[in-house]
Design a protein around this ligand. Sequence first.
Ligand code: SAH
Length: 257
Amino acid sequence: MSVRPKKHLGQHFLKDLSIAQRIAGLLSGHGGYPNVLEIGPGMGVLTQYLLPDGRFTTHVIEIDAESVVYLNDHFPMLRGRIIEGDFLRKNLATLFEGPVAVIGNFPYNISSQIFFKVLEHRQQVPEVVCMLQKEVAQRIASPPGNKDYGILSVLLQAFYDIKYEFTVDAGVFQPPPKVQSGVISLRRNGVEKLDCDEKKFFQVVKQGFNNRRKTLRNALKPLGLPEAMQTHPLLDKRAEQLGVKEFVELTQCIHGL
Ligand code: SAH
């Protein structure tokens, strides 16, 4: 018996085993980690290629009770390492001691929230490999100056080197999603701390993109720009034109170091 796909949980089960194997193979071990957490294993199509990898111990988190029953039946070697629940409500720091890589064919409806969570725990997550909606994957990996470039692109690129790996057609899923999918990998860069207040940096990026068509002078007005900064050349630009470094510079100018 297989799991009945539930739309509200974003369940689209990958049928193509060679793609599953390829995604699992993207874990490079970057940064070193004893544990891997797969988000949303479903029927374990990806899990089966993670389990034999001797470099790490595989754990999974799955919100769907029916999938959890399936996994317990089909993957006895995974017992004790199946966390039943909502990834968004878990605290990685209490689940794992030390570094843990994250992998998954993400539920597309919550992929952005998953990434905000990863960002919160970035010191603990040296690597992420995932499949998500193609547009979101492209956006995250996009360089500045591109209309796809957005909040998550800047925030993630501040702490991760990101690579768009490959595109996956809807036809290899059951049921097929309405959109194409993309696989990306993220590896923690060497940045331990930004050269500015990180909370403020997040604020400046979010505020800047809230009005992405406006110049930053207008978009950032609500943050209260210091008088001395009004002629700063970066303020003539729009958020989508700025890379991480420029956002750091803006944050320093607005809030001090
Ligand atoms: N990895 C499987 C399933 C992908 S579908 C495959 O490739 O075939 C996405 C999976 O994420 C589903 O199994 C769904 O139940 C699970 N899921 C959805 N929301 C979740 C959440 N908040 N936390 C953990 N798992 C979730």
